[in-house]
Design a protein around this ligand. Structure first.
Ligand code: UDP
Length: 237
């Protein structure tokens, strides 16, 4: 499939049209951003590592019966995906408290959340991705409520699959953010699943192996992403 025009340049990925209107090419760059885009740096190899990582996870999810936009990895930094109308909302599940929930609710990082929590955030950098609920989505007509309900069910299904996958390889899936879109009336998981959009800790030491290494200037960011991938059986050579 031929790569054509840039549709949108996000903070870490760019989307391109192809010669088929039903498909897009998702290009993973080395750009790494934090704090709603206020800090941006280039991390060598990250785009390639995330493209390989994302392809692996999306295939695992598809195999578990979760519909995704992912079609195939094309090369080092490009993947072919179905073109969708995105739901402008971020779905976050938390198994362990970390990040914004600690700041918002004054709870300690590391406490187990049983049952896990589910939160919705509006995708809007200028507003700092504010937390919303289904009533806001209905009142402002940002999406169909039944599609958001499906997105929530799929987000929890992803938790069942990935919590086990990481735990089988000595890691904890602390939290993650997913985005969904609609294609031919069907809700599909979109965007990406990489250590840029989730928190993963070593199960024994609780060492952070995700983008918090960048947010907190802990160093070895991409190296840690590779550690996670290698533990799952991936090769980045
Ligand atoms: N997250 C993300 N993009 C965002 C906001 C959050 O990928 O714009 C991910 C983040 O990496 C973490 C989870 O969603 O895995 C929950 O993030 P949180 O609300 O704790 O916000 P943060 O601490 O990242 O500001």
């Amino acid at each position: 499939m031929e790569k054509r025009d840039l549709i949108v340049k996000g903070k870490a990925k760019s989307m391109y049209t192809t010669d088929d209107a039903g498909y897009c090419i998702m290009h993973f760059r080395d750009d790494t951003s934090a704090f709603d885009g206020k800090r941006i740096e280039q991390l060598e190899r990250k785009g390639r590592v995330n493209n390989i990582f994302n392809a692996f996870i999306m295939q695992k999810l598809e195999a578990a019966g979760i519909p995704t936009h992912f079609v195939k990895r094309i090369d080092d930094r490009d993947s072919l995906v179905r073109r969708m109308t995105m739901i402008p909302v971020e779905c976050v599940v938390r198994n362990i408290a970390a990040g914004s929930i600690c700041r918002r609710l004054g709870v300690k990082e590391g406490i187990d959340l049983d049952p896990p929590t589910f939160e919705l955030f509006l995708k809007n950098d200028e507003l700092g991705d504010p937390m919303i609920n289904e009533y806001h989505i209905a009142a402002f007509k940002w999406a169909k409520l039944k599609d958001v309900e499906t997105a929530r069910e799929l987000t929890f299904k992803v938790n069942d699959v990935l919590k086990k996958l990481f735990s089988d390889h000595g890691m904890l899936l602390v939290d993650y953010k997913l985005e969904f879109g609609v294609c031919d009336g069907k809700v599909l998981l979109g965007d990406e699943f990489t250590p840029d959009g989730c928190r993963i800790w070593d199960a024994e030491t609780r060492e952070k192996l995700d983008k918090d290494r960048f947010r907190q200037s802990l160093g070895n960011v991409v190296e840690s992403y590779e550690v996670v991938g290698r533990r799952l059986g991936l090769s980045f050579d």
